[in-house]
Design a protein around this ligand. Structure first.
Ligand code: UDP
Length: 331
């Protein structure tokens, strides 16, 4: 039996990773999660996750989690998330993120576990006109925003981790996901697809921010979960891998049009300044889409789900939820 720890395992991405891991009866999965940004109530999430025989959990902050048992693998996902979500934590994001990373690094070393760190595509700061390759520079933008603190926190964690790998017995890999989307994502953090889908279902206008010419590559959460698991199994120590679907590259205006088309909605599209919704401190990310060559070659990752699949799967899930309490979590 393989013993696996997933930090933040009850989050949007985490729930899909634990589901994929639990489908192998040889895996025992332990989750540590403080439920600070869980997209669904825990009892509901547990009711839809299959194969729970080998699932255990602790509801607490990661920093307070000091297990006596050992794990073979640690997936580190626990983090503050979302362009709106980060706004609640100015000046604390670097400390929280880096402290958590050191905590999992120490745990992994002590247990001789393999560690996978989920970083972010935001460390590229937009790359070269949005094209982000692992072989390019990381760009720090001139304007200091709360969003920049998040990107820098993730980059600082990556650098500490790589230096530790290169100077000790720590065995760790990094992944940088691009616009993870799909069933169970909540619009609370500011994420665009659940917001557009709920707007479309309710025939309310889709709120496109700015001119809608921002470029993103929406990547199905199941593809991201598979890429992360592949990276854990096959990734080279101290290396970082982009996990993002280049084929799903789109502008936000096109995404809004696709959502209306694929959901047969009567919604209109309106252009909105996001600061009128989230306040003056909201910051937009630069365009970003991945070079997926390295993950294709080294960890055999190839995304399966098209942009249409991402939209339709999210729509199917959202429309299946009727309980107002659960809808409140998701909106
Ligand atoms: N966005 C939008 N309308 C919304 C929410 C977001 O047009 O109601 C835009 C946002 O400006 C960004 C893109 O959608 O350019 C993706 O936003 P998300 O928060 O999902 O991801 P990120 O900005 O982190 O790439």
């Amino acid at each position: 039996m393989k013993k696996i720890l997933v930090t933040g395992g009850f989050g949007f991405l985490g729930s899909h990773i634990i589901e994929a891991l639990l489908s192998d009866p040889e895996n025992h999965v332990h989750v540590v999660d403080n439920l600070s940004t869980n997209p669904l109530p825990l009892d509901f999430l547990l009711s839809i996750i299959k194969n729970k025989k080998h699932l255990t959990y602790d509801i607490k902050n990661l920093i307070d989690f000091n297990p006596t048992e050992s794990f073979d693998e640690i997936y580190h996902l626990a983090a503050i998330v979302g362009p709106a979500g980060v706004l609640k934590h100015p000046g604390r994001i670097v400390k929280n993120t880096v402290d958590d990373t050191y905590h999992v690094m120490d745990m992994a070393q002590r247990m001789d576990a393999r560690l996978l760190d989920v970083s972010t595509s935001e460390i590229y700061g937009g790359g070269r006109d949005g094209f982000c390759s692992e072989f390019m520079s990381k760009i720090i933008q001139p304007e200091i925003t709360i969003r920049l603190e998040y990107a820098i926190a993730k980059l600082a964690s990556e650098i500490a981790l790589v230096n530790k790998v290169n100077s000790s017995n720590l065995n760790a890999v990094i992944v940088r996901p691009f616009n993870i989307s799909g069933p169970r994502q909540s619009g609370k953090g500011g994420f665009v697809l659940p917001r557009f889908i709920l707007q479309a279902i309710n025939n309310k206008p889709l709120t496109v921010f700015g001119k809608g010419d921002q470029v993103r590559a929406f990547t199905h959460v199941k593809d991201v979960a598979a890429g992360i698991i592949n990276a854990m199994q096959m990734g080279r120590m101290g290396e970082a891998y982009n996990i993002g679907n280049m084929g799903n590259k789109t502008t936000i205006l096109h995404l809004a049009e696709d959502v209306i088309r694929y959901t047969n909605s009567k919604s209109a599209i309106i252009f909105v300044d996001p600061k009128t919704i989230y306040g003056e401190k909201y910051a937009e990310a630069n365009d970003k889409y991945p070079d997926d060559t390295k993950s294709g070659m080294e960890i055999e990752w190839k995304p399966k789900f098209s942009k249409r699949d991402v939209i339709e799967d999210t729509y199917t899930f959202m429309s299946s939820i009727k309980d107002p309490k659960i809808l409140e979590y998701l909106s």
